[in-house]
Write a protein that binds this ligand. Structure first.
Ligand code: NAP
Length: 312
């Protein structure tokens, strides 16, 4: 079996980020608290959140209950949040961060990310279904005039100086935006969180991140609930060979790349099963078969979410 020993990655602040994280996107109102508690009880110690998931308050309720009953301290948990596109101006980043801390009920987040490299017009806080985007009369997104990604990064750096966050990074940054950020950053981005899975392996982006010392975190590693790698016949067959579910095979493949992996479920049984993927070992031959599944299939195409081709 191919060896895979690392379970954490060391970030610049000195905090160790667990490589296997629990996702909270599309965790519905009323089910988020239950799902996060199930994840924590299953063993997850890395929870991935964002203001635009509209559920940070519920995540906060779960964290509060769990800290009170588990005896686990805040320092043993890794919490990520992300600044939304409408809060890219330097001071808005700080306000948005404070809002997320208040909703999550924590004094700091371990990692704070620029959610997308797009600056839209500010439309109020907290971020909700009613204000996450401001459209003009023609229905087009309104952009934040004059706000650059460097302004946004200064806001994240400010959050570090204010001790609101420990490490900072980016998300959905193509190589060119990441390399530009490395030019103006006084505090270097620690992480780039991007879609990646067996059907969309991002080998070139992974190489760029590795070359510049930026850790790549893979999201939607199960294909985000769409038809994709989870239904793949090769993945299912490899699972049968080693007594693992297709989801476990996909998570184990992701972990094997050395990247961190984020997977979401609202179902306690699947959450526990997914967490168990950390113990799944794949042979070199199985890894080669999984590597060969790459077909550039993006499941989180933003055209579907806001009718703008973000990945163009
Ligand atoms: N930075 C970004 O822009 C960004 C974008 C997307 C995602 N993310 C992060 O990454 C996390 C994961 O990505 P994702 O939520 O898009 O998708 P995902 O984790 O790839 O897939 C989640 C889907 O898979 C299903 N599922 C989970 N475990 C399963 C299992 N064992 N067997 C069968 N189906 C299973 C879930 O359904 P059930 O819930 O019913 O189990 C859900 O429909 C997100 O939650 C979020 O935290 C970040």
């Amino acid at each position: 079996m191919a060896a895979r020993s690392a379970t954490h990655v060391l970030l610049p602040s000195g905090k160790r980020m667990p490589l296997h994280g629990f996702g909270t996107w599309k965790a519905e109102r009323g089910e988020t608290k239950r799902a996060v508690l199930a994840a924590l009880n299953a063993g997850y110690r890395h929870i991935d959140c964002a203001a635009v998931y509209f559920n940070e308050k519920e995540v906060g309720q779960a964290l509060k209950e769990w800290f009170a009953t588990s005896g686990v301290s805040r320092s043993e948990l890794f919490v990520t949040s992300k600044v939304w596109n409408t809060c890219h101006a330097t001071d808005d980043v700080v306000s948005a961060c404070k809002q997320s801390l208040s909703d999550l009920g924590v004094e700091y987040v371990d990692l704070y990310l620029v959610h997308h490299p797009y600056a839209w017009k500010f439309h109020g806080l907290p971020i909700s279904e009613n204000n996450w985007v401001l459209r003009d009369d023609k229905g087009d997104i309104t952009w934040a005039d004059g706000v650059t990604l460097q302004d946004t990064w200064r806001g994240l750096e400010k959050c570090v100086h204010l001790r609101l966050v420990r490490d900072i990074g980016v998300s959905n940054y193509p190589a060119v935006a990441l390399m530009d950020a490395l030019q103006y950053a006084r505090i270097k981005p620690a992480v780039n969180q991007c879609e990646a899975h067996c059907y969309y392996q991002r080998k070139e982006l992974r190489d760029v991140c590795a070359r510049f010392g930026v850790h790549l975190s893979m999201y939607s590693v199960l294909g985000s609930g769409k038809r994709g790698p989870l239904q793949d016949a090769v993945v299912a067959r490899i699972g049968r060979e080693i007594g693992a579910t297709p989801a476990q095979v996909l998570i184990a493949w992701g972990l094997h790349t050395g990247c961190s992996v984020l997977a979401k479920s609202a179902n306690a049984g699947r959450i526990a099963q997914n967490f168990g993927a950390q113990r799944v070992a794949l042979s070199a031959a199985q890894l080669r078969e999984l590597d060969a599944l790459d077909r550039g299939l993006m499941t989180c195409n933003m055209v579907e979410y806001w009718a703008f081709p973000s990945h163009a």
